[in-house]
Ligand binder design. Structure first.
Ligand code: SAH
Length: 450
């Protein structure tokens, strides 16, 4: 096979990021947009040492899960990956991804429950940041960077972003046109506005708007703020974030509150949370409740339980379960997040939770050294998974149960393997779709001491 050759191939599987995998004459090709079971004519567009890249030219056999993508910029944007598959197809894909990882990486053969899908898998994101720039005709556009480029694809209505954010961002763009506020140019470092960011409290309906700028002054900003305030009643605060950096980091250090208190509130499983510009908050407000409820339900908690929430962020898991147990410890490495967590405990009048800023591994070691008894450990690490040190001391702490929540199933499978080799068994595996239309899968594995 050479570049630009054509062949007829069958898609036998999909890669972790949703691409079709086609085997032809013993060689593997990745074909964007092809679904398992489909057959089609493929054009080879790249040949590398270990695999090729193909483009689907024509489908000869179509998957029953195929649908027309609802978003007209789906092909170019790159933010969504599975919009050409219906809900059932996405569910099969996500469930299988978890099963495959546990088998291949973890050598664990267990039943994986069908992924919990979102009833209405649209307009769910509570946070968005859109770059702003000019199109070829010198009109202002907001949207998303085309994959691996500095070109913005215009997007007026992102279908996985909440409606209010779409509306506010479009209005801000119009006002910038009216008041001749210039977008920042990444190449020449001229102009000013880099990104428009919004956050929304799902239950509270409160909105935050942040303008991320290169310069400190925004022309006519008083007029713009006063118009936005009047037109969007739920807009509780407007912030400017100044970022002089020339790299791809979105937020700078300097924050100027232009209107309101500089934060919003939201409710999650009956607790209130203060959300500031930089605090981490799960981006799907509906599914996060499903995720936490399931995780809490899988743990056998009672009034005497002593629990650790490792990698606790702003304390959402610890605080959600605190009312069912005797005592919760929460550990998190980012100082600001722990301050938020402490404040969240305070505003919800929760007194049986101790939040500590530390590396999870080091903290686990301290708990073991001090003979602190733990009944259940919740683990929710970043993509790279748990550190070896954390796992080592977790095994020494010997909690009756471990509930492992992960945004990366591959590293989760690696860590769960170590636990199963050292006295734990997998009781339940439940994927939850936190990011509909994308290939991301969140997964809960609950384990208990054999
Ligand atoms: N459980 C929270 C946060 C999960 S994200 C929630 O559901 O919202 C993972 C968290 O782990 C992040 O807040 C990150 O700052 C934190 N983290 C990363 N490395 C860590 C480490 N070595 N020790 C403790 N926390 C860490």
């Amino acid at each position: 096979m050479k570049k630009n050759d054509y062949f007829i191939g069958e898609c036998v599987d999909q890669s972790h990021d949703g691409k079709g995998i086609v085997k032809y004459e013993g060689f593997t090709y990745f074909v964007n947009g092809m679904i398992t079971g489909e057959i089609g004519q493929i054009k080879c567009i790249k040949m590398l040492k270990n695999y090729g890249v193909g483009r689907l030219i024509e489908l000869h056999k179509e998957s029953p899960y195929r649908i027309n993508p609802r978003c007209h910029i789906y092909q170019g944007c790159g933010g969504c990956h599975l919009m050409h598959m219906n809900q059932e197809g996405q569910q099969i894909f996500k469930t299988k991804r978890v099963k495959d990882c546990l088998e291949r990486i973890g050598h664990i053969d267990v039943e994986v429950q069908p992924c919990f899908m979102q009833n209405t898998p649209w307009y769910y994101r509570n946070k968005v940041q859109m770059p702003i720039g000019y199109n070829k005709d010198h009109y202002l556009i907001t949207g998303f960077y085309k994959q691996r480029t500095n070109d913005i694809i215009a997007c007026q209505e992102c279908l996985i972003q909440n409606h209010e954010s779409n509306d506010i961002i479009q209005r801000v763009k119009e006002l910038f046109e009216i008041y001749h506020v210039e977008p920042y140019d990444k190449v020449t470092h001229q102009g000013n506005i880099k990104h428009i960011l919004t956050k929304k409290g799902y239950h509270s309906q409160e909105m935050m708007l942040c303008l991320i700028t290169y310069e400190k002054t925004i022309h006519h900003i008083e007029d713009i703020v006063s118009i936005l305030k009047k037109e969007f009643k739920n807009l509780k605060t407007i912030i400017q974030n100044v970022n002089h950096r020339h790299d791809n980091v979105i937020l700078g250090d300097e924050e100027i509150v232009l209107y309101g208190p500089g934060y919003i509130y939201d409710t999650l499983l009956n607790n209130r949370y203060k959300i500031s510009l930089k605090s981490f908050y799960q981006i799907n407000p509906i599914q996060v409740e499903v995720l936490y409820q399931q995780a809490i339900q899988l743990a056998s908690l009672n009034k005497d339980s002593i629990v650790l929430d490792a990698y606790c962020g702003i304390g959402t898991i610890a605080l959600s379960l605190s009312r069912y147990v005797k005592k919760v410890y929460g550990v998190e490495v980012v100082q600001e997040a722990i301050e938020d967590a402490k404040n969240n405990a305070y505003i919800n009048h929760i007194e049986n939770v101790d939040f500590v800023c530390d590396d999870a591994g080091t903290y686990m070691m301290e708990l073991v050294k001090n003979n602190v008894h733990l009944d259940v450990v919740f683990v929710d690490p970043p993509r790279k998974g748990c550190s070896q040190e954390f796992i080592d001391y977790l095994l020494q702490a010997k909690p009756q149960q471990v509930v492992y929540i992960a945004c990366d199933v591959a590293t989760q499978a690696r860590d769960v393997k170590i636990l199963t080799e050292n006295g734990y068994q997998v009781d339940h595996v439940q994927p939850v779709d936190m990011f509909p239309q994308t290939y991301h899968v969140e997964n809960i594995v609950s384990l208990s001491k054999k």
